[in-house]
Design a protein around this ligand. Structure first.
Ligand code: HEC
Length: 151
């Protein structure tokens, strides 16, 4: 009888242990589930998307200017530079804040048909402002941005 009882207890213990180990396994799986949002973060940030739009827009401006056309429209909402979320590791640093408004003004000046400054000089000034910020804030795209300059 005693041995039967202890056997029963043993069985219950084994059962409980199994349950516990199942639970542990379930817990161990959680970090994997957490890893998914990490992958999602490799998606380009709102700011990266906007930067790529800025790049595409300026490439189009370059073609227009080289072809002797006078661009008059600036379809991008440059205020997004103040609000767009940046990817991990990037933030609005003091350097960013120093450069961002200077850049916005120079980008708007490119399509200012009343300006007395030569179009190519205005355009290159805007691109040089991209580069000025990029020198410290995001060095990777610098070679690509340099190609936007009109020689
Ligand atoms: C005030 C600073 C600043 C200015 C001005 C600026 N950039 Fe950027 N740029 C950044 C930062 C910071 C990032 C990284 C953003 C992120 O990853 O969230 C970036 C990212 C980029 C990227 C990479 C996007 C990607 O896919 O990861 C390109 C291309 C780029 N910028 C082009 C330009 C061009 C072209 C201009 C000018 C027309 C410009 N930038 C003006 C700071 C700036």
């Amino acid at each position: 009888m005693v041995s039967f009882l202890s056997n029963k207890h043993f069985t219950i213990c084994v059962f409980l242990l199994l349950c516990l180990s199942c639970q542990q396994k379930a817990e161990q799986k959680e970090p994997e589930a957490d890893a998914k949002p990490e992958l999602v973060m490799y998606k380009p940030s709102e700011m990266a998307n906007f930067m790529n739009a800025l790049y595409a827009y300026n490439l189009q401006l370059k073609h227009q200017i080289v072809n002797g056309e006078v661009p008059t429209t600036m379809p991008l909402d440059l205020m997004k530079l103040h609000s767009a979320e940046m990817s991990k590791g990037h933030q609005r640093t003091a350097v960013w804040n120093n450069f961002v408004n200077v850049f916005i003004e120079s980008q708007q000046t490119v399509v200012d048909t009343l300006s007395n400054t030569e179009l190519k000089a205005r355009y290159n000034a805007a691109i040089n402002n991209c580069l000025a910020c990029h020198k410290t804030e995001c060095t990777g795209p610098i070679p690509k941005i340099k190609k936007l300059l009109i020689q």
